[in-house]
Design a protein around this ligand. Structure first.
Ligand code: GDP
Ligand code: IMO
Ligand code: MG
Length: 425
């Protein structure tokens, strides 16, 4: 019962979609285990770009069953639009499975996300304003509404009334917004959305176990990333779920022993969208280079990503938190033109050299990067297909990263296209 987890090791947008799509060639099932449409996973196949938010990145293959697991929060309007977008491209979504235990993002969650961010002012988190935090908060508070609740209209209406009993006054009296109308919402969900998604609703935990028992290869696709993890990330500048590999268990219903290979996706430099500490962040022309050459703008939100050098302190921590077996390094080609490249190998915190992720968040905010500098390779690598054809200086950079992280790099991305990668090792 082979299985693979794809997990982001930095602050998101490492290229999880690209490598999920690549790995899916040889697999049968691809499952999203957490997050929602805050994710933006980009696939480039034969020059055509597809940006996915909710549907697993294996969907482009006919042989893959894409599954949205119980740990995901689902905005049905977005899901239906995504299905329509894919079907317009000729991608069949009939075999998509949606967990009945997944929680719904309702319009009031999104509205609360927007007004709460506004309320935080300068302290805002920089969320994607998709309603992710409020939906997971309701799940934890046990007033969330699940996909399966739609199958019993009486229960759905009851739960909606309970939720609106609190959300109505909160929106109206605290945030000066309109109170959502329960009957309008109920009819949109039951009469418009339910007929579209009812055939997809499934016991996905059972489906995944049956697949594993039949020796099918299941791929668990993480969204967001290790340092956006609610428990292990740079709280409060995190998302509201567990993108770390353990989230693949809780978010789908498999046990830790069901996970075999755990591939950390790491960008050859670092990016972050939204607020929060970022020790190796750059504000110079190299930052502009990463943004311009790497097209570092949010897949869905269009926001400019913050950029910096590769941080091996974070990656060492990510290797532990996720039990990484190997790493797929992405976007090495974006560094092609640089004269020198740097790796953050430790932090200076109040004059002390620190080689581990500091436990206290205040220390992480103060951390100054200590760099090792290497010469750049200044050659175009986007057409390289064999590791031995990479320029020696690029190979040296990859080897240095491996040494600092302590986990083998297995693949290197040299461009956005499905075929633009090389096997390393
Ligand atoms: P994800 O959220 O982790 O799936 O990543 P995104 O799709 O949000 O962002 C990664 C971006 O980098 C996308 O535009 C990809 O097409 C692109 N990409 C992925 N791998 C590579 C690579 O090796 N080189 C280059 N130049 N682009 C890449
Ligand atoms: P993928 O899967 C990058 C960030 C937001 C914000 C914080 C909380 O494409 O890597 P949220 O809307 O989740 O409450 O926002 O998390 N964030 C992401 N950053 N890539 C993502 O997804 C992200 N999803 C959320 O920018 O800082
Ligand atoms: Mg993304």
């Amino acid at each position: 019962m082979p299985s693979t987890v794809v997990v982001g090791t930095q602050w998101g947008d490492e290229g999880k979609g690209k490598f999920t799509d690549l790995f899916a060639q040889d697999m049968q099932v691809v499952v999203r285990y957490q997050g929602g449409h805050n994710a933006g996973h980009t696939l480039v196949v034969d020059g055509e770009t597809t940006a996915l938010q909710l549907i697993p990145s294996g969907v482009l293959y006919d042989h893959i069953t894409p599954v949205i697991g119980n740990g995901v929060v689902v905005d049905l309007e977005v899901l239906i639009k995504e299905i329509d977008m894919l079907e317009a491209k000729g991608v069949n979504c009939d075999h998509l499975k949606l967990s009945g235990n997944a929680h719904l993002i309702l319009p009031y969650h999104q509205e609360l996300d927007v007004v709460f961010e506004r309320h935080l002012g300068a302290n805002k988190l920089g969320t994607t304003k998709r309603g992710i935090g409020p939906a997971y908060a309701d799940k934890a508070f046990r007033v969330g509404i699940r996909v399966q609740d739609l199958l019993d209209p009486k229960i759905f209406r009851e739960k909606l009334n309970v939720a609106l009993h609190e959300k109505g006054p909160l929106l109206a009296k605290v945030y000066n917004r309109l109170t959502p109308n329960a009957e309008d919402l109920a009819s949109t969900y039951l009469d418009t959305y339910l007929p579209r998604i009812a055939p997809l609703i499934a016991d996905t935990t059972d489906f995944i176990h049956e697949a594993l028992e039949a020796d099918q290869h299941v791929l668990f696709e993480g969204a967001q990333a290790t340092f956006l993890d609610l428990d292990h990330g740079t709280y409060p500048f995190v998302t509201s779920s567990n993108p770390t590999a353990g989230g693949a268990c809780t978010g789908t219903g498999v046990g830790p022993r069901d996970l075999n290979r755990i591939v950390g996706i790491a960008k050859a430099y670092t990016t972050r969208v939204g607020s929060g500490p970022f020790p190796a962040e750059l504000f110079d022309e190299v930052a502009d280079h990463f943004v311009d050459v790497g097209h570092e703008y949010g897949t869905n939100t269009g926001r400019r990503r913050r950029t910096g050098w590769f941080d091996s302190v974070m990656l060492r921590h990510a290797a532990r938190l996720n039990s990484l077996t190997d790493i797929a390094l992405t976007k090495l080609d974006v560094m092609d033109a640089l004269e020198t490249v740097k790796i953050c190998v430790a932090y200076d915190i109040d004059g002390q050299r620190v080689e581990k992720m500091p436990y206290h968040q205040t220390d992480f905010h103060k951390a100054k990067p200590i760099y090792e500098e290497l010469p750049g390779w200044q050659e175009d690598i986007t057409g390289v297909t064999k590791a031995s054809d990479l320029p020696k200086k690029a190979q040296d950079y990859v080897r240095a990263l491996e040494e600092y992280i302590g986990v083998p790099i297995s693949l290197i991305g040299v461009g956005p296209g499905r075929k633009q990668y090389v096997d390393w090792q």
